[in-house]
Design a binder for this molecule. Structure first.
Ligand code: SAH
Ligand code: SF4
Length: 358
């Protein structure tokens, strides 16, 4: 691909770029609105922008770089998209319909190097980071899907919980957040954006300093280092204590609660003792922390893990509540499709390999 993706530019960058080429600064907002509000796919469609400017943009940028490879629609309205990048790699994006609005889950990397032992995405090593444009375009593709379906409702919430570790693609993540927050375009409010991380403590501190005021979710999944290191090998690099220090720093800088994600794995991390340990770990941060209990989505390759029994999940939840911890259970979306992070992609790649070999 020779030309850059238009979606990769922040509004500031576009303004500077146009000014340097002799155009007025106000032109940038005009172009921005055509792309993000009217959702044009070609610059030539921007009927009130002067021809010279259109030509300049068309010479340097493209709007569309992703191709829809396939799509699964679940009974509850969840839609899972598999997109092909310009270099042939496949990524996943999910549209979820909630009572509070439409949310999109985006991917930030092709594969993931963190390699958590329960996750389908970690099965495929990271091939590369996504550019900011490729992350933004996932949302625009969903917006275009809604247009095709004649649906008026727009994407109001974004969760960065698809394939990849977002804080390992830091610069592009920040640009992506600036672009989707921009009020002349998608205008997604910071409080409606959640970034999930496996707990890269040093990056959490850096992220706090950007002052973007988005929600942060941390994949904890265990209340002590011994167990967490077994489930997530990244814990050998950043311990729970280091994560908790970074959490304190984030809370001091951002006016937000932090979510601790906790997948309940049968006979692994779901006992009453574990729940008590978790409550103790949160301790005096009770007011600023929310625990999100997640039912495990079984992955064929990780058969050592099973979903916790309903009774165990209930007891775990009750213990946290009794100890004054804010706690929610993740709603499941699209259980009749390959809903867990990275599952559709890894399945498609496996099938393609089998077809090639047989
Ligand atoms: N890399 C980031 C964000 C992507 S994963 C992170 O790890 O936080 C998003 C969330 O999905 C994480 O909390 C992750 O632990 C969880 N997850 C991964 N595989 C899962 C599975 N099979 N079932 C349920 N949740 C899963
Ligand atoms: Fe990567 Fe997140 Fe999956 Fe861990 S859970 S392997 S960090 S995508």
């Amino acid at each position: 691909m020779n030309k850059a993706s238009f979606y990769g530019l922040t509004l500031n960058q576009l303004e500077t770029w146009l000014i340097e080429r002799g155009h007025k600064k106000s032109r940038a907002v005009q172009v921005w609105q055509w792309v993000y509000r009217k959702r044009v796919m070609y610059f030539s469609e921007m009927t009130d922008v002067n021809k010279e400017c259109i030509q300049l943009l068309a010479d340097h940028f493209v709007i569309e770089t992703l191709k829809e490879h396939c799509r699964q629609e679940a009974a509850d309205g969840t839609v899972k998209f598999l997109f092909q990048l310009f270099d042939g790699n496949l990524i996943e994006t999910v549209l979820m319909r909630n009572k509070f609005g439409l949310s999109v889950c985006v991917t930030t990397q092709v594969g993931c190097n963190i390699g958590c032992s329960f996750c389908a995405s970690g099965l495929l090593k990271k091939k590369r980071d996504l550019s900011s444009g490729e992350i933004v375009e996932q949302i625009m593709k969903v917006e275009q899907y809604l247009d095709q379906e004649n649906q008026e409702e727009r994407v109001s919430h974004v969760v960065v919980m698809g394939i990849g570790e977002p804080l390992d693609n830091f610069g592009n993540l920040i640009d992506f957040l600036l672009i989707i927050k921009e009020h002349n375009g998608l205008a997604i409010a910071a409080r409606r954006i959640t970034v999930s991380t496996s707990g890269l403590a040093d990056r959490i501190v850096e992220f706090a300093d950007t002052n973007l005021q988005v929600n942060l979710a941390i994949s904890l999944h265990a209340p002590n280092n011994e167990l967490r290191s077994r489930i997530m090998k990244i814990n050998r690099v950043f311990s729970i204590e280091q994560i908790m220090q970074a959490v304190d720093y984030y809370l001091a800088k951002n006016n937000r609660r932090i979510t601790l994600e906790y997948i309940l794995l049968k006979d692994m991390n779901d006992s009453s003792q574990h729940a008590l340990e978790l409550a103790e770990l949160i301790g005096d941060k009770k007011k600023s922390v929310n625990v999100n209990l997640i039912p495990y989505n079984p992955v064929d390759e990780h058969s050592q893990y099973q979903r916790s029994e309903l009774e165990a999940m209930r007891t775990f939840y009750d213990i946290l509540k009794k100890n004054g911890i804010h706690c929610s259970k993740r709603l499941e979306h699209g259980t009749d499709i390959d809903a867990a992070c990275g599952q559709l992609r890894s399945k498609q790649i496996k099938e393609a390999r089998q077809n090639n070999h047989g």
